[in-house]
Ligand binder design. Structure first.
Ligand SMILES: [Zn+2]
Length: 315
């Protein structure tokens, strides 16, 4: 498949599914350098949908990772900043929620589809908060092997100024906001954010609703950490909790159980095959993700690529 067709396929899917950056296997795209660029450019074209949830919390869906917003007299509290190319649309969506200034931004992790808007949000007034490993990756050259891409250090204004290395609770806009660190999972800096009174939960990229997740081994992620995070996420929710995933539509406990089971099932299958001495090619040919591929493999991590990601982390 040519890089040009790949780009068009990517942009079309990003616009349709609003799950922009499930960056996929090299064999699909050929030129990952262009793919990261295309993902960034796609933010200029995709629509931003504001979804009012509960307790004044809204989700902005459509530019990279899902964004959440809690407005109020302490200034807007925002989770993740999307693509820079979506700046005008995100700013318009934020203005549509309230006139409160942008004051607080939390990054769920360092990936570009969650942090490329950091600099403009900082210039608009946001203090940026994140796990210390997120700051580390945004501050230095960071290579993601599976994207065949090296990210240069982010501009000074984009780098988080308030760090934490464990859990943290904020009191803003009348809400109790609990930040929870996972240890290595999707990266080594993943956090979730729980709006306690509203019972609205943002998982960052430890949950992808309806898509196989990417796992970033280059910056400390691994499949077992992803499963642990999926368990930790489930322990946080009831049937009533509204859950914003890093990618995919807003959902809840039922979809999170399906996701946890999917991760654990495929992990065990791949580990068993690897334990039997099968090669990566043999394991891919055995299609251990086949039962889930039709429903979960339509983004940029298909069953084959997900199998390869799991293989890296077992045995
Ligand atoms: Zn990510």
């Amino acid at each position: 498949m040519s890089a040009d067709i790949s780009r068009r396929r990517f942009i079309a899917s990003a616009g349709l599914a609003a799950t922009a950056v499930c960056l996929g296997p090299q064999r699909l795209f050929g030129d990952e350098q262009s793919l990261v660029m295309a993902a960034r450019a796609s933010g200029a074209k995709t629509k931003i949908v504001t979804q009012a949830l509960r307790g004044n919390v809204s989700a902005l869906i459509g530019s990279g990772g899902n964004i959440a917003v809690l407005p109020g007299s302490d200034g807007k509290f925002i989770i993740d900043s999307g693509y820079l190319s979506s700046r005008e649309k995100i700013a318009a969506a934020l203005d549509g929620i309230s006139r409160d200034p942008v004051k607080h931004l939390v990054n769920t992790h360092w990936h570009f589809d969650h942090t490329d808007g950091n600099e403009w949000m900082h210039s608009a007034g946001a203090t940026i908060m994140a796990h210390e490993n997120t700051k580390k990756h945004l501050s230095s050259n960071t290579r993601v092997e599976d994207w065949n891409f090296t990210f240069p250090p982010s501009p000074a204004g984009a780098i988080p100024a308030e760090m934490f290395n464990a859990d943290k609770t904020l009191h803003l806009n009348g809400a109790t906001i609990a930040l929870k660190y996972y240890g290595p999972a999707h990266t080594d800096g993943d956090i979730s954010i729980y709006f306690t009174e509203a019972d609205v939960f943002h998982t960052g990229d430890t949950w992808w609703n309806g898509h196989f997740p990417f796992i970033d081994y280059s910056t400390g992620g691994n499949i077992d950490g992803m499963i642990k995070a999926a368990e930790a996420n489930l322990a946080m929710v009831t049937d009533k909790t509204i859950v914003i995933p890093g990618h995919g539509p807003v959902g809840g406990k039922t979809e999170m159980i399906e996701y946890r089971d999917l991760l654990a099932t495929i992990r065990d299958r791949v580990a068993a095959l690897k334990g039997d001495g099968k090669s990566l090619n043999e394991i891919v040919a055995a299609k251990p993700a086949a039962a889930y591929d039709a429903k979960w493999g339509k983004g940029f991590v298909n069953g084959e690529f997900f199998t390869k990601l799991v293989y890296k982390g077992v045995g």
